[in-house]
Design a protein around this ligand. Sequence first.
Ligand SMILES: [Zn+2]
Length: 290
Amino acid sequence: MSDIRQRFYIYDCPVRGEVVHLKQALKTILAQRDYPQAIKVLLGEMLVASSLLASTLKIKGRLSIQIQSTGTLKWAMAECNHLGEVRALAEFEQDPRFVEAVDSSVALSSLVGGVLFINIEPDVGERYQGIVPLEHATLAQCLVQYYDLSAQIPTRIVLASSEESAGGLLIQLLPRTEEEQESVDSDLWPRLTMLTETLKAEELISLPAQEILYRLYNEEDVRLPDSEVLSFGCTCSKQRCANALIQIGEEAVKETLLEQNPIEMHCQFCNSRYTFSAEEALGLFGRHVS
Ligand SMILES: [Zn+2]
């Protein structure tokens, strides 16, 4: 049960949602760098959020959540693809506030001019980027604001994380026709959002998805399709590195080779290293080493 995403519906109601729980993937990701407490918690929440938001897409590709700021937390990003693979990374300067923190609000409050990006990158087709100013105390509130402003689908999101595990829930009131509207209990959405907000951080972090849904909505007729497995996965490859070299151009590659031969590329998400000999690197441009 450790790393899953559980979809839920309420029978005969225009409501859907997801519960995400991450443990092993979080552990793997947080072990890749020496992160202070506040950043660990923020990355946990971002990973859960990207998994929740990715579930609302009907495309093959990936969704990433990215924070940028000019404060001591430089940037942080988390991503989930259609296979349920997640990865995350953050860049920061040492800040004593990050070490003592128990929740991610410290990391968020350290942001200077912080902006949140939501990037949707389909394997085929156009990319989309949504931008939200980070004006709220929690990541969940910032994401709800994004839905309020952009998608106009009433949405509630709750997120929580520790160093060990992370959890979150998203619930949405789906668009209805007028006819459907008449048959919907007018108290449904206010009741569900109120119940959702009673969820405590430790429940989100420690309880299985089904237990969370039962505690919240046991008065409703909740239906659960099969859950999906989430896992740590990196999309880096030697081919992607080669594409990056092609993109910077032959002159830049030649200059790099003067300082570093072979060229070594390091993926910070998974610590994989890719090596290009001069022959390989120049071969990308149809050149041979004489
Ligand atoms: Zn990688």
